[in-house]
Design a binder for this molecule. Sequence first.
Ligand code: GLC
Length: 440
Amino acid sequence: MTSSERQPENPASGGAEKHAWFSQDRLGMFIHWGLYALGARHEWLKNREELTDEHYQRYFDNFDPDLYDPKEWACRARLAGMKYVVVTTKHHEGFCLWDSKVTDYKAPNTPCGKDLLAPLVEAFRAEGLKIGFYYSLLDWHHPDFPIDVHHPLRNHPDAKALNAGRNIANYAAYMREQVRELLTGFGRIDIIWFDFSYPGREYRGLPGKGRADWESERLVELVRDLQPGIIVNNRLDLPPGSLPDVTTPEQYTPRVAPAITSQGVLWEACHTFSGSWGYHRDEDTWKSPEQIIQLLIDSVALGGNLLMNVGPTGRGTLDARAISALEVYQNWMAVNGRSIYGAGPSRYPVPAGCRYTQRGNRLYLHVYNWPYRHIHIEGLADRISYAQFLHDASEVHWLSHAKDVDSNIGVTVPEGMITLELPVRRPDVTVPVIEIVLKA
Ligand code: GLC
């Protein structure tokens, strides 16, 4: 066995055995659901429109997701090939989906009248998905959360004076209590996803917030104590030198695998299907089927995961656009999942317009730009034992270097090149994948 044939060492594996499932699973579902679903114009509407608590109260008073059926969400997630879920237990607006004992600002006190989190956890677990909780560090409702650059009252003429009565230490204690509830009341939790820190962002004399405010170290200690196997994300502004379990690039595709102080880390890109995390009725930048499949391949090809978001409606449903986006994954993963689960980067040089993933001696060539009949590949001469399309297991022929392809026109092809022979018509698959079986 040469080094290039071995299972590619995943530079993002972080070394922790207990988190091995994460790199195996690769695709998760993010769910952003809260009162903002009623405003239906982005989960930051309270911030963007600088709404007061009194104004925002209308969403609390009318929150009644009567069609909520978490079993349906869970089933769609499983069919889409998603292996874990991360749900907003509390987003920046401060509203809690569960029956928290330390606040009245929670689902059971709205017209819906019940805890929405417990049935969701149960439904996703029943479908075999792992469970992650998103928990917002920001809180635009808590009376002890000091007004800052992101707060809806940031331009209030008395913002500074209002802050005099707000005690961040009380808020940090409140967060610990809530996190304790979340990590003791719902069984095993696999991921906790804190969002987010902005220590340097001062605005009109109002300081930003970071680890000193959240008391991040203490919070993480509590988390580890309550759920030793859990994965904690990277947005707590922990002191330099402490490696997070997972780092979370948002809404962009890294060019190289993210590293922290030049060490590889587990990472997970998070993306939306459209331009909003929360349900947005009128937003229209929904990504194409090719784009959403490519987001997944791009992540895995660099050793990362993808957390893909849905924003359910105020009725508790996934709208038609979200359902068809999930079905894009469903159709593609049903036949191509083998190039994703447990796969990671390959050391082989990848042909232009393509991405490789690799698992053991299986190399997966994802063809983004369909060529005219041929793909020329370096580094695989005498290495291939078989090649086929993944979606239908139809054989793909390859030619070994110049003499087979170009000899009669005298063109020289570099020694060591092989050429895959493809059908002129691109198969009807969002992104076709060729499975190359390497010689043992
Ligand atoms: C950002 C946004 C937020 C979203 C999150 C997901 O930090 O504040 O609305 O929940 O990204 O990564």
